[in-house]
Design a protein around this ligand. Structure first.
Ligand code: NAD
Length: 476
């Protein structure tokens, strides 16, 4: 398949497509490496060592990987250099350092005279399906956790962005992981998704992507009742309270929607501003949004690159057109830039919409592009009702000078993660994941890691002569 550079529209690479036979081979190989092969038999110390080697491999090739990620996704090179690649390496390091602690056996003494041992065992073969917005980073989150927990894996990158996953495959080979521990299939989800997710020999599916595809995967996996985790879409709300530090709130809110061209699951695509500060906020926010420098991903000065594809851009444009029809006012952007240098890429201007009716499609649906609705609220209760009115429940931000009150308010927001006076901080130490149609299950942290394990309970009778009532119910 042809892989396109979204900054130029040119073909960047040709990649071999996996067909049904390759998927079958991947499943067989992952199964064998888990059931009888080396991966499930190696010690925790060896597992840790392999993960560390992968982290080093990523860091050794960091510059080349950052360039490849930017060529393939269009994201500004600074983002790839400072965020995506080092964060991917850190995740492997983190789970290498913590796997022994997180997998430690737990003993529970039961007063009735028994002892229970709780073991964290791997599920077996785990299919990892990842999106195109953070191709290497999300693949690394999933791989690091699944492998650290002792599973074998089949990774399916997005067909739009397979290149860094293939490089990661090489790094894994160089690290010397046993055959079958990691398998990568390259194909569209429609072509291989059902085969991968419905197969009886696959034990778990870890999916990050749209809610629409998540629902399909749930239906495929229901045939054999598999463990799934679903990291899906969002329509997150940033809330600017009347007492917010406005400079911080404006700058932070710009990041919260325009980083990665707004193609973030946690994008604050609705910004709710207290009526007392709305005029000041919107003036500064719009002025700064207009100054964001669009450029090709490899341009070191670029602050925003192109969208991932022409199809994605058409989708974003359609949302903006329908928002206009529904009464939204465009304060800036809303169109394809006219700059001749950008004409071949899939660029779209940073777009700020005001006066958006709360029942408008754009206020309810995920756009996945650089488009934000900025609405006014009167009082905290209205802010809360608006924030919680979405079918999604992934993330939110509260901007306030009273961080303690903000954190208290965050308890009432229906979202898996709330940030107070910051945006988009992901840490390996803490779990991330949404509620409602944003999915279920966690990624990262102890809880995220434990998703990749199953809890086995062994109960041993400790009563003298093993004579609790149940053994002798029919005792003669
Ligand atoms: P997508 O759902 O179109 O695709 C995601 C992956 O699923 C790709 O690898 C794709 O090939 C595969 N896929 C497509 N159809 C499939 C099928 N029928 N069976 C199996 N796999 C299939 O999503 P996308 O456009 O790549 O990414 C954008 C979406 O991802 C947004 O909705 C965004 O919010 C979401 N996302 C969520 C998180 C999170 O952590 N919650 C993080 C990043 C992105």
């Amino acid at each position: 398949m042809k892989v396109i550079n979204p900054s130029t529209g040119e073909v960047l690479a040709d990649v071999a497509v996996s067909g049904a036979k390759d998927v079958e081979l991947a499943i067989k190989s992952a199964r064998a490496a888990f059931d009888s092969g080396p991966w499930s038999k190696i010690s925790l110390a060896e597992r840790k060592n392999y993960l560390q080697k992968i982290a080093h491999g990523l860091l050794d090739k960091a510059q080349a990987l950052a360039e490849l990620e930017t060529l393939n996704t269009g994201k500004p090179i600074k983002e790839s250099i400072f965020m995506d690649i080092p964060s991917a390496a850190k995740t492997f390091e983190y789970f290498a350092d913590h796997l022994e602690e997180y997998l430690a056996e737990e003993k529970i003494t039961i007063p009735a005279g028994a002892e229970s041992r709780l073991l964290r065992q791997p599920h077996g073969v785990v299919v990892l399906i990842v999106p195109w917005n953070y191709p290497l980073l999300i693949a690394s989150w999933k791989l690091a956790q699944a492998l650290a927990a002792g599973n074998t894996v089949i990774l399916k990158p997005s067909s739009l962005t397979p290149l860094t996953a293939l490089e990661l495959g090489k790094i894994i080979q160089e690290a010397g992981l046993p055959i079958g521990a990691v398998n990568i299939v390259n194909a569209s989800g429609e072509a291989v998704g059902e085969q991968l997710c419905a197969d009886k020999r696959v034990d778990m599916i870890s999916f990050t992507g749209s809610s629409e595809v998540g629902k399909k995967i749930l239906s495929y996996s229901s045939k054999y009742v598999k463990k799934t985790i679903m990291e899906l879409g969002g329509k997150s709300a940033g809330i600017v309270l009347a007492d917010a530090d406005l400079e911080l709130a404006v700058n932070g809110s710009l990041c919260s929607i325009f980083l990665n061209q707004g193609q973030m699951c946690t994008a604050m695509s609705r910004i709710l501003v207290a009526k007392e500060v709305y005029d000041d906020f919107i003036k500064d926010f719009t002025a700064k949004a207009q100054r964001i420098k669009l450029g090709k991903g490899m341009d070191y000065e670029a602050q925003m690159g192109p969208l991932i594809s022409d199809g994605q851009r058409k989708q974003v444009l359609k949302f903006v057109e329908s928002a206009k029809k529904e009464g939204a006012k465009i304060l800036c952007g809303g169109k394809i830039p006219s700059d001749a240098q950008l004409k071949d890429g899939f660029f779209f201007e940073p777009t700020v919409l005001a006066d958006v009716p709360v029942d408008a499609e754009i206020f309810q649906q995920e756009v996945f592009g650089p488009v934000v609705c900025v609405n006014k609220f009167s009082g905290v209760e209205e802010a809360m009702a608006l924030a919680n009115s979405s079918d999604f429940a992934l993330a939110n931000v509260i901007w306030t000078k009273d961080a303690a009150a903000g954190a208290k308010m965050a308890e009432r927001v229906n979202s898996g993660v709330s940030w107070v006076n910051t945006y988009g901080m992901f840490y390996n130490e803490v779990p991330f994941g949404g509620f409602k149609q944003s999915g279920f299950g966690k990624e990262l942290g102890r809880e995220g890691f434990l998703e990749y394990t199953r809890l086995k309970n062994i109960i041993v009778d400790k009563t003298e002569g093993a004579k609790p009532l149940v053994n002798y119910w029919y005792g003669f």
